[in-house]
Design a protein around this ligand. Structure first.
Ligand code: AMP
Length: 244
C-alpha cells in the first residue's frame, strides 16, 4: 500500500487529508515505543504501508511547524524551543495537539502512533481520549536496542532536507546529497551530541513506567530492533502473530 499524505495530522486545525483511506483488510491501532534512534519511525513507515494505516508522529508535527518559519501558533513556537534543546515538550501542549487531531485517531484506516505517548500522563490521557470515541488500542509495540547502539545510530543519522528520507553515515559516506532526490543531507538539531544526552535521559526516566503501564493492560509487545528494517518488520509481525 502507498503512504498516506497525513495533511490533517501535520497541519491540524481544519486541514483535511487529500485522499480518503482505502478500507484496510485489517485495521490496526498501535502505539510504538522505544528510544529515539531505535528505528521506530522506519518501522512505522513499513507498518503503515503493510496495513494501510497512518503513521502519526508528534515529532513530525513539531518539525512541520518549524518548517513554517515563524508562522506557527505561539504555543507551537514555545514547544519548538523545548525540542531544540532535546527536552520533552510539556504534556499539556502535546495533549492539546493530539486532541485537536482526534479525527486522525478515528480514521477508518487505523493508526501507528510514533513518539506519543512518551509519559504515563500522556498514555492515560490517550486512553481517555480513545474511550470517549469508543476506540481501543490493539498493541503497544516496544522496540529494544542496547544504549551504545542507539547513540551510534542517532549521531550518524542524516535526513534529506527535501524528501525527508533518513540515512546513516555508513550508507552515504562523505556524500552530502540524497540518493533519492539529490537534496542536501542534514543532521537534525536534536541529533547533536549535547541534545542526544538530554533526550536519552528524558527517555530513560519515562520508558520503564510507560512499558509497565501497557504491560499491566496486556498490550505490551517487545521486539528486538537489531538488524535490517525488513527483518525487524517481520519480527514485529511475528510477535503480533500476524502472518502475511
Ligand atoms: P521524535 O521525532 O519523536 O524523536 O520527537 C522529536 C522531539 O519532539 C522530541 O525530542 C521532543 O522534544 C518533541 N516531542 C515529540 N513527541 C513528544 C511527546 N509525545 N511528548 C513530549 N515531547 C515530544
Amino acid at each position: 500500500m502507498s503512504m498516506r499524505d497525513r495533511n490533517a495530522w501535520l497541519k491540524g486545525g481544519h486541514s483535511q487529508c487529500n485522499e480518503r483511506p482505502a478500507s484496510p483488510l485489517r485495521r490496526v491501532r498501535f502505539v510504538l515505543l522505544g528510544a529515539p534512534g531505535v528505528g521506530k519511525g522506519t518501522q512505522a513507515d513499513l507498518l503503515a504501508r503493510y496495513f494501510g494505516a497512518c503513521h502519526l508522529s508528534t515529532g513530525d508535527i513539531f518539525r512541520a511547524a518549524r518548517a513554517m518559519n515563524g508562522s506557527a501558533s505561539r504555543a507551537l513556537q514555545a514547544a519548538l524551543e523545548f525540542m531544540k534543546r532535546g527536552d520533552l515538550v510539556p504534556d499539556e501542549t502535546v495533549l492539546a495537539l493530539v486532541a485537536e487531531r482526534i479525527g486522525c485517531l478515528r480514521c477508518q484506516g487505523g493508526f501507528l502512533l510514533d513518539g506519543f505517548p512518551r509519559t504515563v500522563a500522556q498514555a492515560e490521557a490517550l486512553d481517555v481520549l480513545l474511550a470517549g470515541h469508543q476506540l481501543q488500542l490493539d498493541a503497544a509495540v516496544s522496540y529494544e536496542l542496547p544504549l551504545n547502539k542507539i547513540v551510534a545510530r542517532l549521531a550518524g543519522r542524516r535526513t534529506c532536507s527535501a524528501c525527508k528520507k533518513v540515512y546513516h553515515l555508513d550508507q552515504v559516506g562523505e556524500s552530502e546529497a540524497c540518493v533519492n532526490c539529490g537534496g542536501k543531507l542534514i543532521q537534525r538539531e536534536d541529533d547533536r551530541p549535547e541534545s542526544i544526552r538530554v533526550r536519552m535521559k528524558a527517555f530513560r526516566q519515562a520508558a520503564q513506567p510507560l512499558a509497565a503501564y501497557y504491560e499491566s493492560r496486556h498490550l505490551l509487545v517487545s521486539v528486538p530492533a537489531e538488524g535490517a528494517p525488513e527483518a525487524v518488520l517481520q519480527r514485529t509481525l511475528d510477535s503480533l502473530r500476524i502472518h502475511s
